[in-house]
Design a protein. Structure first.
Lengths: 282, 114
């Protein structure tokens, strides 16, 4: 059976794409963020995942309000990035893993998750940038991916509790995949930030640190909050922490606890309190 | 009981209906040829997408709070802002009535929260 080796999480701010493109990693503004990654690079060199299941939120590249899935699972052999309208560089396509996609789809539907399946799916910076952060030496990260998009555009969002259950079911499905592949789960987004309204620039450090702590020791902690309570505590885009919750829940299927490989928290990049995390199943 | 959050309008079904035409136009700005067509003739482009008078006025004003009030969604409006080279701190400053430097200082000050 496939091995679920651990989980990764990082913020996915578009400006990071520009910073990488222009080689600004060591400039004072960017260094405290990029410094969060080298210990995770070393770990990834050791554990070498073959496939990464990515929980991310589409920012209006693939999905529009005409058809807005709450949960969408990629089932493509290849995923392309495309122009998102604000001039960040378009990254090369990433290889999919249709075999795992369809295994996940079968298992999730059997467990009553009525997901949308996508044989064509453009992936935006939220899916592509993290691979440049975690595998910076590679033009294209040496892994196959299965993207899972969770709606954060239109309310109501899926509840945190539902997202947790989805993540757990994904973890169980990975564990039951008849394959010798090594699989990691990844979350992208967060932590607290709000782009719009008079409350723009909202950051909640205390909540973020509590949330980061819960990832290690109390993974269900954030499931107590409704979607609007998460907006109140983390900001309108801070709700992206739902991705982290799904990632962490997946790991519960593989081990009762986790070992923290490394984490980093830095305020601000763009308008965002950034978080980075790697957890290993034990 | 859902919290009321100051300075925040969650983009729910009501907003998604109200802002549909505006957001659909902004979604089209993923493509360069559409951005170019908008810049060449904004009024004609807005008519093509059926923006109502409030939405059209908000687009003309380039004021994010007015665009939000007209039903705009942050994720799609970001593509409109991109046409003018505005980044998230320009937009944050505009919405909070600060200069960009003041807004950036406010973000950095979040480090002192605890």
């Amino acid at each position: 059976m496939a091995q679920l080796i651990g989980g990764l999480a990082t913020s996915h701010i578009p400006a990071i794409g520009g910073a990488i493109h222009k080689g600004k990693q060591n400039e004072p503004y960017w260094k405290p963020f990029f410094d969060g990654f080298p210990p995770i690079h070393q770990w990834l060199d050791q554990v070498q995942p073959d496939v990464v299941v990515v929980f991310y939120n589409d920012h209006g590249l693939n999905f529009f309000l005409d058809k807005m899935p709450t949960f969408a699972v990629g089932a493509a052999a290849q995923y392309s990035n495309a122009d998102e309208g604000w001039g960040i560089p378009t990254l090369p396509p990433m290889q999919g893993c249709p075999e795992l996609s369809w295994h996940l789809i079968r298992e999730l539907i059997a467990k009553e998750f009525d997901i949308v399946t996508c044989q064509e799916m453009l992936v935006d910076h939220a899916c592509t940038l993290p691979f440049k952060l975690f595998w910076p030496q590679h033009e294209v990260a040496p892994v196959q991916i299965v993207p899972i998009s969770i709606n954060t555009v239109q309310f109501p969002l899926p509840t945190a509790r539902r997202v947790y259950k989805l993540g757990k079911a994904v973890g169980e499905a990975i564990k039951s995949w008849d394959s010798d592949k090594r699989v990691a789960v990844m979350a992208t987004g967060g932590l607290s930030h709000q782009l719009e309204g008079e409350r723009a620039g909202f950051i909640n450090k205390k909540f973020d640190l509590q949330f980061l702590d819960s990832m290690e020791t109390n993974p269900e902690w954030a499931t107590q909050f409704s979607d609007l309570e998460l907006v109140e505590k983390a900001g309108t885009q801070g709700v992206e922490l739902l991705m982290w919750l799904a990632m962490r829940a997946a790991l519960t299927a593989a081990s009762s606890g986790v070992r923290k490989v490394h984490s980093n928290y830095h305020i601000p990049i763009s308008n965002t309190a950034t978080g980075v995390l790697a957890l290993e199943t034990v | 009981m859902s919290p009321t959050i100051p300075g925040t309008t969650p983009f729910d079904g009501g907003m998604a209906q109200k802002g549909y035409a505006l957001n659909k136009m902004c979604f089209s700005f993923n493509h360069k040829e559409n951005r170019d067509a908008f810049v060449a003739d904004p009024e004609a482009y807005m008519r093509r997408y059926g923006l109502n008078p409030q939405q059209a006025e908000a687009i003309r004003s380039k004021q994010v709070l007015a665009l939000l009030d007209a039903g705009g969604n942050a994720y799609y409006l970001a593509k409109f802002a991109g046409i003018f080279g505005l980044d998230m701190q320009d937009i944050g400053a505009q919405q909070t009535g600060m200069t960009k430097d003041e807004f950036k200082a406010k973000l950095v000050a979040a480090n002192d929260q605890c």
